[in-house]
Write a protein that binds this ligand. Structure first.
Ligand SMILES: Nc1ncnc2c1ncn2[C@@H]1O[C@H](COP(=O)(O)OP(=O)(O)OP(=O)(O)O)[C@@H](O)[C@H]1O
Ligand SMILES: [Mg+2]
Length: 230
């Protein structure tokens, strides 16, 4: 048994036999309720790392994984992607690529519907998430007509409806204006206070103020980042 909610053990990764190692011996340990930041240059493998943690690699994108990813004391290679969706929610950079429906509520219902939640349970989950994130006003609106920040709120709400413990945010504030960033930062802070475990990939350190620990990915190696925060 491990005390950590997420643990990678000697994790190495390359996309194929011919490609270089993108991750080399990564040992990341995240405690329940912890918020961590991952920084690194473009192309350093940050998105690759989180996609190995959330199972998208190798379930949707092929690659060669060495080492282990342990979540809630279970090796994720024994899990199906739909099982992982109830544990980890991932929000990407561009909400337009993530949001499928023209009504926010349909978007929020999508994951639990796919997971065969009962009708009433889906409704309760949407109610709870909308009230927690304070987005009741957006519930029946079309995400296409929302601001970038509001769209990201809907994307966050949609991965929270299956009641995940872990939230991964992959540069989710990079395409929104300052007002949107404030909205998302406050929301992430609230989710941390609620006990969610949070992984944030960020270029902008001002979005990482809530992080308990920050790691740097460089040449495939992960190390603690002790640089000054601006
Ligand atoms: N599906 C793929 N197949 C092959 N190589 C890939 C694939 N996806 C990413 N790569 C390569 O892996 C390396 C790491 O990419 P990744 O997207 O993980 O970096 P990143 O740190 O998230 O960059 P950014 O900050 O620009 O988002 C890059 O060299 C990229 O070209
Ligand atoms: Mg990336």
């Amino acid at each position: 048994m491990t005390e950590y909610i997420i643990e990678t053990r000697n994790l190495s990764f390359r996309y194929n036999e011919a490609s270089p190692f993108i991750l080399k011996d990564v040992n990341l340990k995240i405690s329940r309720g912890e918020a961590i930041g991952i920084v690194g240059l473009s192309g350093s493998g940050k998105s690759t790392l989180i996609n190995v943690i959330n199972g998208i690699i190798p379930k949707r994108i092929n690659g060669i994984i060495e080492g282990d990813v342990i979540i809630n004391n279970e090796n994720i290679n024994s899990k199906e992607l739909h099982e992982l969706v109830t544990t980890i929610g991932t929000v990407f950079q561009d909400p337009d690529c993530q949001i499928l429906f023209s009504c926010a509520e349909d978007e929020m219902a999508f994951a639990p519907e796919n997971l065969c939640f009962e009708r009433l349970e889906i409704f309760d989950r949407i109610e709870e998430v909308c009230s927690f994130l304070d987005i009741g006003r957006l519930r029946d609106k079309n995400p296409n007509n929302m601001s970038g920040g509001e769209k990201q709120l809907i994307a966050i709400a949609s991965v929270l409806t299956p009641d995940v413990d872990i939230l991964i945010l992959d540069e989710c504030m990079s395409q929104i204006d300052e007002r949107g960033k404030v909205l998302i930062r406050n929301t992430v802070k609230k989710l941390k206070e609620q006990g969610k475990t949070i992984i944030m990939i960020e270029h902008d350190f001002s979005n990482l103020k809530i992080a308990d620990n920050i790691y740097l990915l460089n040449s495939g190696k992960l190390s603690e980042f002790n640089g000054e925060l601006k």
